[in-house]
Design a protein around this ligand. Structure first.
Ligand SMILES: Cc1cc2nc3c(=O)[nH]c(=O)nc-3n(C[C@H](O)[C@H](O)[C@H](O)COP(=O)(O)OP(=O)(O)OC[C@H]3O[C@@H](n4cnc5c(N)ncnc54)[C@H](O)[C@@H]3O)c2cc1C
Ligand code: SF4
Length: 489
C-alpha cells in the first residue's frame, strides 16, 4: 500500500491560493492546483498504517488509503472508482469538507497529516476532465416511485442512490435552481456553481426528475404528495435562522447572513431582480458569528468593497494546535483560520453584542459589546460571565447575523403528523431513517440539525438504503456505510 517511505521523503503540500489582492476582485475559486508529480508524492505520504483511522473519521467511510495508493501509482481512473464507491459527490467535499479524516490520520499523530481532501478533489476533477463521469442509468426499473423534498447534498445523494436501485425519483425544490445551501449559501469563491450544474446534468441523464420552484406544503400539500408516491424523503435542511433578540435588532442595517449570502449568489448568477439590495460596499461591517457562515460573509463583504470588516465570536480564542484534552483521533476544537479571514477581517473573541444603536431614521450606526469569560465548572458546561467595565461602542453600518440555525420548518411535519424533537429536527433514528409515519423518511440537516455536507451525503445514502429495503421488502441492493458499493462512477 503506497510508498512505504513516502511520508519520510515528502512534506505535506496543499494547493496554494491566488494572492489576496487578485482574488478579491471577483467571485471565482482561487486555488492553484498542484502538478501531477506533486499529487503523486502527496498520495505516497499515506503510510500503510494498518488501521486507517481516517475511515472512521470520514462520515462516509471513504476508502482513503486505497485511493491514495491509486494516485501514487498514477491510476487515476481506479482512484475515481474507489472514491465514488462511497461518495456520490467528491467535488463538493473535496472543496468544502472540514476534513475530519485528516484529524484522524495516523500520520497526524506526530507529522502533518496526508492531504486527503485535496487528493479527493484532484481525483474527481481528473475524472470529469477525462470524461470518466458519465450517466449510469439503472438497467431495470422497479415500478416504485419516490419523492425527494429538497435538493441539497442529502436530497441529491438519496436521489442518486434510489435511482441506482431502479426506483423512479422526483426531486422537488422550492428554489429556482437545484443545490440547497451549496447553491444559495456557500459563495462562488468557495465553489463555483457550474460544479453543481455538471453533476445535476449527469443525474438528469440517469433518469432523475427535478421539479424546481415547487414548495411542498404550500404549492402541493404534503399529504397529497404522499398519496402520489410510494415513499417520501424529507431533505429540506435546517432552515430556521437564529436571531439576536436584543435592543435595536429591527434597525435597518441589521441583516441575516443568509439573506446577504443568498442574494449575492443570485447576483453572481446574473439575476437582476433581487429585491432590496444588501451590499457592504463602503460600509463598516460587523459579522457576528465565527463559523463557516460568518467566514463566508467576510469574504463576500470584502469582495463588495467594504470599508472595514470585523468578526465577533462569543467563544474564547482557541489555539491552532490540538488542545491536550481533545486527543487524536478526535475532532479538536482548535482555532481555524479560513481563506476569507486572511483577506482583511479583524477577529475578536470572547465578545458579546448587547445592543444595536440607530440614528433618528432607524438606520444602524453602531453597536455596544462587552467582553465575556467562560468559567469552567466540573462536570457541567462552562458558565458565560460578562466582564464588568468592558463595555465598548463600535461604529458600523451593516451587521450580518451569522448565528446558525435552530432547526427545520414545521409545515410538512404538521401536514403529515410527523414527530419532531424539541429543536424541531424531524424524529427518525439512524437505524432506519423512517419517521413515525410509515413510508416517510428524513435525512440530512432536517434530521440531525445544522451540520456538514459530508454528513448530508452520508445521511442521503443511508436513508436510500432503508427506503429501498422498505419498498422492496427485502435486503437493499444499495450499500450501507462500510460495506462497499457498486463499482461505478
Ligand atoms: C453559509 C453556509 C456555509 C456553509 N459552508 C459549509 C462548508 O464549507 N462545508 C460544509 O461541510 N458545510 C457547510 N455548510 C453546511 C452545509 O451547507 C449543510 O450542512 C448542508 O448543505 C445540508 O444539506 P441538506 O441537504 O440537509 O440541506 P440544504 O443544503 O439546506 O438543502 C435543503 C433544500 O431543501 C429545500 N426545501 C426546504 N423545504 C422545502 C419544501 N417544503 N419544498 C421544497 N423544497 C424545500 C431548500 O430550498 C433547500 O434547497 C454551510 C452552511 C451555510 C449556511
Ligand atoms: S469527505 Fe471529508 S472526511 Fe471524508 S475523506 Fe473527504 S475530506 Fe475526508
Amino acid at each position: 500500500m503506497g510508498k512505504i517511505t513516502g511520508f519520510l521523503e515528502f512534506d505535506r503540500k496543499v494547493e496554494e491560493y491566488a494572492p489576496v489582492e487578485d482574488r478579491i476582485k471577483n467571485y471565482k475559486e482561487f486555488t492553484i492546483p498542484l502538478d501531477s508529480k506533486e499529487m503523486k508524492d502527496q498520495g505516497a505520504r499515506c503510510m500503510d498504517c494498518g488501521i486507517p483511522f481516517c475511515h472512521s473519521g470520514c462520515p462516509l467511510g471513504n476508502l482513503i488509503p486505497d485511493f491514495n495508493d491509486a494516485v501514487y501509482r498514477g491510476k487515476w481512473e481506479k482512484a475515481a472508482t474507489i472514491l465514488h464507491s462511497t461518495n456520490n459527490f467528491p467535488e463538493f467535499t473535496g472543496r468544502l469538507c472540514p476534513a475530519p479524516c485528516e484529524e484522524a490520520c495516523v500520520l497526524g499523530i506526530n507529522e502533518d497529516p496526508v492531504t486527503i481532501e485535496n487528493i479527493e478533489k484532484n481525483i474527481v476533477e481528473t475524472a470529469f476532465e477525462k470524461g470518466w463521469i458519465t450517466a449510469n442509468p439503472p438497467e431495470t426499473r422497479t415500478g416504485k416511485t419516490v419523492a425527494v423534498i429538497g435538493s441539497g447534498p442529502s436530497g441529491l445523494a438519496a436521489a442518486q442512490q434510489l435511482n441506482r436501485a431502479g426506483h423512479l425519483v422526483t426531486v422537488f425544490e422550492r428554489d429556482q435552481k437545484v443545490g440547497g445551501l451549496l447553491r444559495y449559501g456557500i459563495p462562488d469563491f468557495k465553489m463555483e456553481k457550474n460544479v453543481i450544474d455538471r453533476r445535476v446534468k449527469v443525474l438528469e441523464e440517469e433518469g432523475i426528475i427535478f421539479k424546481t420552484g415547487v414548495h411542498i406544503g404550500v404549492d402541493i400539500k404534503a399529504d397529497a404528495l404522499k398519496n402520489d408516491f410510494d415513499a417520501l424523503v424529507l431533505c429540506g435542511g435546517a432552515t430556521v435562522r437564529r436571531n439576536l433578540p436584543i435592543e435595536g435588532s429591527d434597525l435597518k442595517g441589521v441583516v441575516q447572513a443568509m439573506d446577504f449570502l443568498a442574494q449575492n449568489n443570485r447576483r453572481v448568477d446574473g439575476i437582476t431582480d433581487l429585491g432590496e439590495e444588501i451590499k457592504a460596499t463602503g460600509k463598516d461591517v460587523v459579522v457576528i458569528g465565527g463559523g463557516d457562515t460568518g467566514s463566508d460573509c467576510i469574504g463576500t463583504s470584502i469582495r463588495h468593497g467594504a470599508n472595514s470588516v470585523s468578526n465577533f465570536e462569543i467563544m474564547s480564542k482557541g489555539t491552532p494546535e490540538r488542545p491536550e484534552d481533545q486527543p487524536w483521533p478526535f475532532w479538536p476544537m482548535r482555532l481555524r483560520t479560513s481563506s476569507s479571514h486572511k483577506e482583511g477581517a479583524e477577529r475578536f473573541f470572547s465578545i458579546s453584542t448587547k445592543k444595536f444603536v440607530g440614528d433618528k431614521d432607524g438606520n444602524l450606526k453602531g453597536l455596544i459589546t462587552s467582553e465575556v469569560e467562560w468559567i469552567k465548572q466540573p462536570g457541567q458546561r462552562p458558565l458565560l460571565k460578562e466582564v464588568e467595565g468592558t463595555e465598548k461602542e463600535w461604529k458600523c453600518d451593516l451587521v450580518l447575523l451569522a448565528l446558525g440555525f435552530t432547526g427545520s420548518e414545521m409545515t410538512i411535519a404538521d401536514q403529515l403528523g410527523l414527530k419532531a424533537d424539541p429543536r424541531t429536527n424531524i424524529k427518525a433514528t439512524a437505524k432506519d431513517y423512517m419517521t413515525n409515519v410509515p413510508g416517510v423518511f428524513v435525512a440530512g440537516d432536517q434530521r440531525r440539525g445544522q451540520s456538514l455536507i459530508v454528513w448530508a451525503i452520508s445521511e442521503g445514502r443511508q436513508a436510500a438504503y432503508h427506503i429501498d429495503t422498505y419498498l422492496m421488502g427485502t435486503t437493499s441492493a444499495l450499500p450501507l456505510k462500510g460495506e462497499g458499493d457498486l463499482p461505478r462512477i
